[in-house]
Design a protein around this ligand. Structure first.
Ligand code: C2E
Ligand code: MG
Ligand code: MG
Length: 559
């Protein structure tokens, strides 16, 4: 118990003494008041109203059985029916042993005999029962995390709630610590090394919480939770973690991000407080320049907006509110650029929110799996468009569609796409599948399998956004692809930044080694175009030629 008290602080617990005889209340009060905050009730009714009011604050009820009107048994019965007071232990005060069985049935935890024993004995009993109940409440929810020895999530929530219960006036911060790209770290160095890094980070977090009178837990994987009395800055926490990692590992590429919720309302559930901290942390998932983000009102509005999108998606699909635009792609090797295909890019023409760009909903729908609805819609639209162009202009213009990593986890994806091309009356080779690089960092074995199946059936695979994320070169050689699409970031600096220029040359080398052509995305200026052409880049897509346009406008680019 004493170890647990460290977490709760040595705070005075509150006890309710219920007895209709004033002298009895006085005796017990006299014994307990040095150690506890004691409240009193002179009958069952009064007892119940104190319990209702102070519920979670009460650590124990000392209850007389025989009282006029509402007696002790009735009080216990009421308490059992209430989800909060059910967890408050009751010690029955009684002079007759015969009442014990009945009391136990009604949920009593222990008995104190009248006339009262030596004060020390009563205090020991009271202390024991309180400790027992607090322990039980915590232990029920499970143990410590095996790897890091921090509290597990449910255990952590329990402690955090207890903190609130005993320090209702203390302002607390919910802090969520995440490691950036931890999955990649595991891939590069192995699970065992990954576990060691987690342990080191957990150690730093534990030291920090102990120094700052808080508690720490591990939620799952590389996610840690801290509940800390409010502070103005958390730079020292991220610094402490960074130092611990460099001390133990001599590596510098482990970066953490902190999501902080420092505006927790009194009546906010602890889970929600942490949801919000987590949400704040996720907003800087891809922004390497920031390590700390606070939950704020803007985020709340964003959440409301996202909820709306989730609500409306089924309707949007059913009512054809999703529009598919096409951005042409040109072969630039010859003297004159030649149209070789187009990328299908989706927009949502929402009746009330207006035109919503994919940047606002793709990652949201990836998180909850709804992306499959959107993608299925876009794939069908693209396939039918290829057929329509063919019938109209007599040429095949291949279209690339985006395939999200969530789509790939779906066992039926290959059959689904085969059915789509069959229904549209086109050949699989006319539909190119753009798989973004981040997908390559997840379950690689499954990805390779799916990609191989796709290629067996004749689909073309393009690796999207190459260079933006973290594909290992290893991965590149084991994954059969047909086209490398270079991320826009490299193109925008290809002329102004020597490092980017060199990078682009390296990517061209890699593509040559893999024997696949390169598409440069996001080409906006003549100069970029000229440089890329010089480097031997095969294809270009970007505003320099055209923005994404409605299907009918593609005819302008056919020669
Ligand atoms: P992405 O697949 O890399 O698509 C290229 C993005 O770059 C498109 O943005 C395109 O409009 C934009 N872009 C093209 N040329 C230029 C240029 O010269 N300058 C600049 N600044 N931008 C250019 P968009 O349409 O907003 O799409 C953003 C991302 O959303 C896409 O990136 C893709 O990852 C995702 N996305 C779009 N449609 C779908 C879809 O149907 N399904 C899925 N899963 N993802 C989609
Ligand atoms: Mg794409
Ligand atoms: Mg791209």
């Amino acid at each position: 118990m004493d170890e647990e008290l460290i977490y709760l602080g040595n705070i005075k617990r509150t006890i309710l003494v219920v007895d209709d005889e004033e002298i009895n209340r006085e005796i017990l009060g006299g014994i307990l008041e040095d150690h506890y905050d004691v409240l009193y009730a002179a009958d069952g009714d009064e007892a119940l109203s104190v319990i209702n009011e102070k519920g979670p604050l009460l650590s124990l009820v000392l209850l007389d059985l025989i009282m006029p009107t509402v007696d002790g048994f009735a009080v216990m019965e009421e308490m059992q029916n209430d989800i909060i007071s059910r967890n408050i232990p009751v010690i029955v005060l009684t002079s007759e042993e015969s009442a014990e069985i009945e009391s136990l049935k009604k949920g009593a935890a222990d008995f104190i005999k009248k006339p009262y024993d030596m004060p020390e004995k009563i205090i020991a009993r009271v202390k024991r029962i309180i400790a027992l109940f607090e322990d039980r409440m915590i232990i029920q929810s499970t143990e410590r995390d095996e790897l890091t020895n921090l509290l597990t999530k449910s255990y952590f929530y329990e402690y955090a709630s207890l903190q609130d219960k005993f320090h209702p006036d203390r302002r607390m911060d919910a802090v969520v610590v995440n490691i950036n790209h931890f999955q990649l770290f595991n891939e590069l160095y192995g699970m065992h090394e990954g576990d060691r890094v987690l342990t080191t980070i957990a150690g730093a977090i534990k030291d920090f919480t102990e120094e700052n009178d808080g508690i720490a837990g591990r939620s799952e994987g590389d996610i840690f939770y801290l509940y800390i009395p409010h502070r103005d800055s958390y730079e020292d926490l991220s610094e402490a973690i960074r130092l611990a990692v460099t001390r133990d590992f001599r590596i510098h590429n482990v970066q953490v991000r902190l999501g902080i919720n420092d505006s927790i309302d009194d009546d906010m559930r602890i889970e929600m407080a942490f949801d919000r901290a987590r949400m704040a942390g996720n907003t800087i998932r891809t922004d390497y320049s920031r390590t700390i983000a606070y939950y704020d009102d803007k985020m709340r509005k964003q959440r409301v907006f996202e909820e709306r999108l989730i609500q409306d998606i089924a309707d949007g699909i059913a009512r054809n509110q999703f529009m598919v635009l096409f951005q042409p792609k040109f072969d630039i090797r010859g003297e004159k650029p030649k149209l070789v295909g187009a990328e299908a890019l989706v927009r949502w023409d929402h009746p009330e929110l207006g035109l919503v760009s994919p940047g606002s909903f793709i990652s949201l729908f990836e998180e909850n799996g709804l992306i499959r609805l959107v993608d299925d819609y876009v794939w069908r639209a693209a396939a039918m468009q290829i057929k329509e162009w063919k019938d109209k202009y007599g040429v095949s213009i291949p279209v690339s569609v985006n395939v999200s990593r969530i789509d790939i986890q779906d066992d039926g994806i290959v059959d689904n796409l085969l059915e789509i091309v069959k229904d549209a009356g086109i050949d699989p080779s006319e539909l190119h599948l753009e798989i973004t690089e981040s997908a390559y960092a997840s379950d690689t074995r499954q990805l390779v399998e799916v990609v191989e199946q796709f290629r067996k059936h004749g689909f073309k695979i393009e690796m999207d956004d190459f260079g933006a994320g973290y594909s290992s070169l290893n991965m590149l050689t084991s994954l059969p692809i047909d086209v490398l699409k270079v991320d826009m970031r490299f193109i925008s600096g290809v002329n102004d930044d020597a490092k980017n220029h060199r990078m682009m040359e390296l990517i061209m080398d890699i593509a040559e080694f893999l024997d696949v052509p390169v598409v440069a995305e996001g080409v906006e200026e003549e100069e970029q175009y000229a440089t890329l052409k010089d480097m031997g880049c095969e294809m270009i897509q970007g505003y320099y030629f055209s923005k994404p346009v409605p299907a009918d406008d593609i005819c302008n680019f056919i020669d």
